[in-house]
Ligand binder design. Structure first.
Ligand code: SAH
Length: 344
């Protein structure tokens, strides 16, 4: 049995043809699944009963079961949802002025091992399928019937470019006008910097956004924070991002967690400004969310602002990330790590 949510419209067209049907069946199914939010084949009243029986034999419709729900004072909602094999995944909805943004997990655990991140504590168990990523959106919509998801960020647990094909299929289904119909410009993917995939992503012809987890202005510091930097150091990563900008004409975001005494001095701001000089990029400064026994401390708000001002003076676009849900441990991996007893 296959998960019906795993298929892009194109792939579902192929499936229908292989069952001796016309391709338009796929569009019909998409409309039932994503527009009318059908949760069983029997609801699909304009599909002949005999063909519904065929569908039921080949495919299943499963929306992940909500096993925990936390609502923060600021309206952030965090869910732990259970996939068919019993594995639990985190997903978070953040209310912005411009809409509701869901943060989707792309893997169960993560193999990248960034030193400041709770997800790495969980190791990578497996990647999620496109349908399991869509399932997070559908589960969130079921949990919050009055809210519509308008934006998607693939910034939850996992490294999306370590699960490239499934993430891309997920985006295609989310973006399809017959699917969830979320505009490409409302979809962002965040990567720790897997260079070959950045270049593949540039050539997909999608108008989706890209964020790079940079977190350091030089290799020396980045090597200590992010093991991936040993494989794709800055002299490889930065030209790839420039190439991405050239191909897509899209502005890239550099994420930069402010870690006290590690990467937050004004000299480091200067180094960072030089690194991104000449790019149509901007830097998103992220207040650090301390997890478990982490050796890192958060930079003071005052220093974050001085750092931001310095970057601005150098002509670098900069924003300071708004924090959500700090009363419900909404940082990556925290909820699941707690459930598994890995952090308190
Ligand atoms: N693997 C991808 C996406 C998941 S992490 C990536 O590396 O981009 C999403 C973002 O949250 C990344 O920028 C990551 O570095 C950041 N992050 C991880 N742990 C954090 C913490 N404890 N506090 C603040 N940001 C964190």
């Amino acid at each position: 049995m296959k998960n019906i949510y795993d298929f892009t419209l194109e792939q579902l067209g192929d499936e229908m043809e292989s069952l001796g049907q016309k391709r338009y069946r796929a569009t019909q199914l998409f409309i039932w699944l994503y527009k009318k939010k059908a949760t069983s084949f029997d609801e699909m009243s304009d599909v002949a009963k005999s063909f519904r029986d065929v569908l039921k034999e080949k495919y299943y419709i499963y929306i992940p079961k909500i096993t925990q729900k936390q609502v923060a004072q600021d309206g952030t909602v965090k869910l732990l949802v259970e996939m068919q094999d019993g594995i639990n995944v985190e997903t978070v909805l953040m209310p912005y002025d411009y809409g509701n943004s869901i943060c989707v997990s792309s893997q169960v655990g993560c193999a990248m091992g960034c030193k400041f991140c709770a997800s790495g504590l969980l190791k990578r168990q497996r990647s999620l399928s496109a349908g399991e990523m869509l399932g997070q959106v559908l589960a969130m919509e079921q949990a919050l019937p009055t809210k519509t998801v308008t934006h998607i960020v693939v910034m939850g647990i996992g490294e999306p470019f370590d699960n490239y094909e499934n993430v891309l299929d997920f985006i295609r289904i989310a973006n399809n006008p017959k699917g969830l119909e979320i505009g490409a410009r409302h979809i962002s993917v965040s990567t720790c910097g897997i260079v070959p995939k950045i270049l593949d992503y540039a050539n997909e012809g999608l108008q989706v956004n890209l964020a790079i987890s940079l977190h350091a202005p030089n290799n020396e510091i980045r090597n200590t924070l992010m093991p991936i930097n040993k494989t794709y150091p800055l002299e490889v990563l930065i030209p790839a991002v420039k190439e991405y900008e050239k191909i897509t004409d899209r502005r890239v975001t550099f994420e930069y967690i402010m870690l006290k005494g590690v990467n937050d001095s004004l000299e480091q701001a200067e180094e960072l400004a030089k690194l991104v000089q000449g790019m149509n990029a901007y830097v998103n400064l992220i207040p650090y969310n301390k997890v478990g026994e982490s050796p890192f401390e958060r930079t003071s708000n005052n220093q974050v602002h001085l750092f931001a001002d310095y970057l601005k003076k150098c002509g670098v676009g900069v924003t300071i990330r708004k924090e959500f849900g700090d009363d419900i441990a909404a940082a990556c991996g925290q909820l699941r790590a707690k459930k598994e007893g890995i952090i308190k």
